[in-house]
Design a protein. Structure first.
Length: 508
């Protein structure tokens, strides 16, 4: 009971006591008044009306006494009633006040709770607004970056293949070949950067497949060791249990690559780098709200480098944030990694190791699916034997280079600048081309429509889609005789894919 109600209750008890006292007092006054009046009349009677009979004398006395007693009782009752009224109204007032105060207390508690709820809602709203602004910022950057990377890939495809063909034409081991190799290495770096931009920018539906993370790390290990440099000792600690996640293999390789490059950069004079995987069960309360709890595959890339300064930590995953200085860092590595991980419903966080260096912990939702052999087998490149290839590409430089490459390898190439021209050329062919190599996005008619048109007539015609974008939405489920590749690519890879697709009768 609250203190005000307690006080009201004790006031009521006191009121009842006062009323009882008043009633007793009224009764005593009444009796005394009757007795007094009787006495006075007896004296007066005896003095004035001494000739009255006893009966007459008593009747008058009783009448007077009754009148006086009545008056006294009436007075007492009135006083009592007044007092009771006053006391009752006071007690009623107090009870009303007590109720009011109790209601006020209850409302105050409710208001306080509402206030807390409101503050939490305001905070959530502010956080969501901030996230919205951030995602809109990322979205516009991604659009610009995606467009740039696509055009860039077409340019790179030409540089790549031309450099390779030039290298074939010059003397092995000579100074020109060395220069060409240097140029090719630079082009390769540019291609990696452009892939980075595309993975960051990709906002189209991606083709997710089950990927064994342990297998992916093992397969990439040689390249990762080369990336890390000789001074860095790379150790793999891959937990043997299930490490299957749903993702895009090339993007997961990109993620690994980004984390390893950063770790190596943080250890300019060498050190230890560890890539570890394990299965973990994580509760929803330990994850951001967009992710459900459950089984995850954890990937930790840990180094013994400089570590991450506290003032840098909050900005790590922002696009274009870099502390590596002009010309060295692009600030896209971690932003891309963040985008890759988020797209498959995972998380990535950075921390400093207790002793030295930094650790990046990635959690990816575990999948129960089994891993199909999703990677493209690299068939040995071989020279052609006059097989007819229909090559469709809108960028003249890419088209010409690819044509030169394929022709130099012994294929017969018919080139077209878009789907419509290619269909018109195909209409004049009596037999199907042995292979169609086509770009995906082209003006007037794109690669997909072209292939649908060609396959209406020749259902089995093999197709190699090549695109400056990284997603395979152009591919249909279960479509055979079809490969999707990303530009730019090397001469060897292109010839290997061509060899893979050509009908068996043409194989040497
Ligand atoms: P970039 O590598 O081009 O600078 P990133 O987005 O990959 O861009 O990295 C952003 C920044 O995060 C880096 O410039 C660096 O300051 C910091 N960083 C990333 N990884 C590490 C690491 N392993 N150790 C220390 N700092 C790191």
């Amino acid at each position: 009971m609250n203190p005000v109600a307690e006080r009201a209750q004790s006031d009521e008890r006191r009121t009842r006591r006062v009323l009882w006292d008043a009633e007793v007092r009224a009764a005593i006054i009444g009796i005394l008044a009757v007795a007094g009046v009787m006495l006075i009349f007896e004296i007066v009677k005896t003095a004035i009306w001494s000739d009255m009979t006893l009966w007459e004398s008593h009747s008058v006395t009783i009448a007077f006494s009754a009148f006086a007693g009545g008056l006294a009782v009436w007075g007492a009752i009135r006083r009592h009633a007044n007092l009771q009224g006053t006391l009752l109204s006071e007690s009623f007032e107090r009870r009303r006040l007590a109720e009011l105060s109790a209601r006020l207390t209850a409302h105050t508690i409710e208001l306080e709770a509402a206030n807390v709820r409101l503050a939490a809602e305001v905070e959530t709203r502010t956080r969501l607004e901030r996230q919205l602004v951030q995602s809109q910022k990322m979205e516009s950057i991604a659009r610009i970056a995606g467009g740039l990377a696509h055009d860039f890939n077409n340019v790179l495809a030409v540089i790549f293949i031309s450099l390779e063909m030039a290298a074939l034409a010059v003397q092995t081991g000579g100074p020109i070949e060395t220069e060409l190799r240097v140029a090719r290495d630079a082009a390769e770096r540019a291609a990696r950067l452009s892939r980075q931009l595309l993975s960051f920018a990709s906002h189209r539906p991606l083709e997710f497949v089950p990927v064994d993370l342990n297998e992916l790390v093992e397969q990439a290990a040689t390249m990762l060791r080369r990336l890390a440099g000789e001074a860095v000792q790379v150790r793999l600690r891959l937990e043997a249990s299930a490490a299957v996640v749903r993702g895009v293999p090339s993007q997961l390789e990109q993620l690994l690559f980004n984390l390893v490059v950063n770790a190596a950069d943080a250890m300019p004079t060498g050190g230890h780098l560890e890539i570890a995987t394990r299965s973990v069960s994580v509760a929803a309360s330990d994850l951001p709200s967009r992710i459900e709890g459950g089984l995850f595959v954890e990937l930790c890339v840990s180094d013994t480098g400089t570590g991450i300064p506290a003032d840098v930590l909050p900005y790590l995953f922002e696009p274009f944030f870099s502390t590596k200085g002009e010309g060295k860092g692009t600030g896209l590595g971690l932003a891309t990694s963040y985008a890759i991980v988020s797209r498959i419903g995972g998380t990535i966080e950075a921390a400093n190791n207790a002793d030295r260096g930094a650790v990046f912990r990635v959690l990816l939702p575990a999948s129960e699916e089994s891993v199909a052999d999703a990677h493209l087998a690299v068939t040995a490149a071989r020279e052609g034997g006059g097989e007819r290839i229909l090559l469709v590409e809108d960028q003249a430089a890419v088209r010409d280079t690819a044509q030169r490459l394929l022709e130099s390898a012994g294929y017969h190439v018919t080139a077209a600048e878009d789907g419509e021209v290619a269909l018109a050329l195909a209409a004049q062919m009596r037999v199907a081309p042995d292979l169609v190599v086509t770009d995906v996005v082209m003006p007037r008619m794109g690669g997909r429509d072209l292939v649908d048109g060609l396959r209406a007539r020749w259902p089995e015609v093999p197709v190699l889609f090549m695109s400056g974008f990284t997603d395979k939405v152009v591919m249909r489920d279960g479509e055979s005789n079809t490969i999707f590749v990303e530009k730019p690519f090397s001469r060897e890879l292109l010839l290997s894919w061509v060899a893979q697709l050509l009908p068996a009768t043409h194989q040497p």
